[in-house]
Design a protein around this ligand. Structure first.
Ligand SMILES: Nc1ncnc2c1ncn2[C@@H]1O[C@H](COP(=O)(O)OP(=O)(O)OP(=O)(O)O)[C@@H](O)[C@H]1O
Ligand SMILES: [Mg+2]
Length: 313
């Protein structure tokens, strides 16, 4: 752990914290986080703060000032599709660049990966996962499922005990990030104060606004070499307004899924045209590719623009 942050060519030179952040490569990842993730201003700010703290901590160590290895276990709360897994992956890279993670890899698990069905199965399962994650980040999605108070002898408790020990004894070689819904996570922490006290950073991921969801869609399309024409943009805005009110809405993940279905319909539509498609045809999504979604059919009020055909997802 703790290799020098600066690459060899800057060794010996006195650098400002900002220059060091740049030299470590973490600045580039932070910039990518800004560019590739829409919104999430409070999340991005917290990650910058953590990066700053770690860097300053290293400078303090180099000056012989008191340092305590910072606790980096975190909790990411938020609704589905708000970017928790994506940010955790970026966080792992940043931690590696700042010298706080050996490998920068992330192992993502849920209860089933950690807890066995039978007596004696849980400890080896949890220890195996911990071993896989050593040197990097262990990301536990829906962590509250580890604790089932209704079952008197639930094996989840055994897994929690092992995780707690690891979080304490290997805190300089394994970072644990718990993720899940905010309210359930709070209940989990109330029943598991040992876990709560080991989590240094709580980061809340807000739901995206309709405008942010639209920007997320346009970013995803741009990355895929597609675009909405003006009609499609209006139709997709209507789609978002309706979809957000419906069950199982999952923020940016729903946007990604919607785009996949729109691309399917667009592809089928091009087959119905008896002409060689141009690059423009191949990349332009139209309102008709969106308005056939069953989101409009399910909605109480019909869309402002008439939906031509029934069916389709
Ligand atoms: N702010 C954003 N900008 C652009 N794309 C985003 C943003 N947030 C999430 N995405 C994209 O949305 C998808 C879902 O994100 P992710 O898997 O990180 O969400 P999550 O919070 O982990 O969801 P879950 O709780 O369901 O696991 C991914 O494809 C991701 O790239
Ligand atoms: Mg996730």
């Amino acid at each position: 752990m703790m290799p020098p942050i600066a690459p060899p060519e800057t060794a010996g030179q006195k650098l400002t914290p900002a220059q060091l952040l740049d030299a470590s490569g973490a600045k580039a990842v932070l910039a990518l986080l800004d560019d590739e993730l829409i919104g999430l201003a409070p999340v991005k700010a917290r990650i910058r703060d953590i990066a700053a703290l770690l860097l300053i901590d290293r400078l303090r160590a180099e000056q012989g000032l008191q340092t305590r290895p910072p606790s980096l276990h975190m909790c990411f709360t938020g609704n589905p599709g708000t970017g928790k897994t994506t940010v955790a992956l970026r966080m792992a890279t940043i931690l590696k660049q700042l010298g706080y993670s050996r490998t920068g890899h992330l192992v993502a698990v849920t209860r089933d990966d950690l807890v066995g069905q039978f007596i004696g199965h849980t400890a080896p399962k949890t220890k195996d996962i911990v071993k896989k994650a050593m040197g990097g980040v262990l990301f536990i999605d829906e962590a509250y499922y580890l604790y089932k108070p209704e079952n008197e002898r639930d094996y989840g408790q055994e897994s929690i005990e092992i995780l707690l020990q690891t979080m304490e004894n290997h805190r300089d070689d394994l970072i644990v990030i718990l993720a899940g819904y905010k309210d359930r996570m709070e209940t989990f922490f109330q029943s598991n104060p040992g876990m709560a006290s080991r989590i240094a950073h709580h980061i809340d991921f807000p739901d995206y606004s309709e405008e942010e969801l639209m920007r997320i869609a346009e970013l995803m399309l741009e990355q895929l070499d597609y675009r909405f024409d003006d009609g499609a943009r209006r139709a997709f805005a209507q789609y978002l307004a309706l979809r957000r009110q419906q069950p199982h809405f999952a923020n940016a993940r729903s946007v990604r899924n919607a785009i996949d279905r729109i691309r399917l319909r667009h592809a089928t539509r091009l087959f119905s045209i008896d002409a060689v498609p141009t690059a423009e045809d191949l990349s332009t999504l139209g309102a008709q590719d969106i308005l056939v979604s069953r989101v409009f059919a399910n909605a109480a009020a019909p869309p402002a623009t008439p939906a031509p055909q029934p069916a389709g997802a």
